[in-house]
Design a binder for this molecule. Structure first.
Ligand code: NAD
Length: 252
């Protein structure tokens, strides 16, 4: 599909910013969203240097009406070909247990934020019978991870949503993909204290995601050894419980 207008949420850093840079070229219009306009400055400048037309907007994806207005306005300017619902936050209980407040924040951004982004796009794309939507899940969405309960549950929901929508929306000409990365080097993982096997740069992740979306892949899971491991711990729950059980903490 010829991508002329691409909208990305959470585009100020990490994978969202890398995707914006990856897609930036003279005949492309980028609608980039982030909570803080100032934090989008760097990626906007780089994308403009590459010749793209860039419209940066301060939008919090948990704000349903603001997100809807942003997407409908962007689409009215020029029909959106691809929406990447990328914005997300993590939660690592670190053995202290995940607070209820944090769990609710994670669901608000990672799941409701995706709904707030996708529904207006589906509405507009349905009327013209074409479009593409990419939902940011994670390999952590393959099963529940004891170190990140709300995060893994929110990503599992997003993965299921993408799979279901892919079936439902094909008849309306809308392609839907679930993106399931392993560990990617971004601000989200920068403070992780645990080992992150097969850690990959955001630039490489953006290449893989763009190639997968170009081929209309249902699920873009990578890197493959981590995807295989995640599939195994999901398929074999007893093994998963053993491998993923947090180590008992020594008393202080
Ligand atoms: P990141 O923290 O650099 O990017 C997340 C972006 O989302 C940031 O720009 C942040 O400002 C934005 N954001 C957060 N809450 C928002 C809100 N309410 N409204 C609008 N924007 C908001 O981290 P990242 O690793 O690039 O994460 C991007 C996506 O990739 C997330 O959904 C994350 O869960 C997912 N992911 C990351 C990894 C990884 O290892 N880094 C792995 C799998 C999936």
């Amino acid at each position: 599909m010829d991508l002329r207008h691409i909208l990305i949420t959470g585009a100020s850093s990490g994978i969202g910013a890398a995707l914006a840079r990856r897609y930036a070229r003279p005949d492309v219009r980028l609608a980039l969203g982030g909570r803080d306009l100032h934090r989008l400055d760097d990626v906007v400048a780089t994308c403009r240097q590459r010749g793209a037309t860039v419209i940066a907007t301060a939008v919090d994806v948990t704000d349903q009406s603001a997100t809807r207005a942003w997407i409908l306005d962007a689409d009215a300017e020029s029909p959106i070909d691809l929406v990447v619902a990328n914005a997300g936050i993590s939660s690592h209980s670190g053995g202290d247990g995940e607070s209820e407040v944090r769990a609710r924040e994670v669901f608000a951004v990672n799941l409701e934020g995706v709904l707030n982004t996708a529904f207006p796009a589906i509405e507009r794309m349905s009327t013209r019978g074409r479009g593409q939507i990419a939902l940011m899940s994670s390999l952590a969405g393959y099963r529940g991870f004891p170190d990140a309960p709300a995060y893994s549950a929110s990503k599992a929901a997003v993965k299921a949503l993408a799979e279901a929508w892919r079936g439902e929306l094909a008849a309306r000409g809308i392609r839907v993909s679930a993106i399931c990365p392993g560990f990617i080097e971004t601000p989200m993982t920068a403070s992780n204290k645990f080992p992150m096997p097969f850690l990959m740069t955001a630039e490489r992740a953006a290449e893989i995601i763009a190639a997968g979306l170009d081929r209309d892949r249902a699920r873009i899971s990578f890197p493959w050894p981590m995807a295989l491991g995640s599939w195994l711990v999901a398929a074999l729950p007893v093994l998963g419980d053993r491998v993923l059980r947090p180590r008992a903490r020594k008393p202080a």
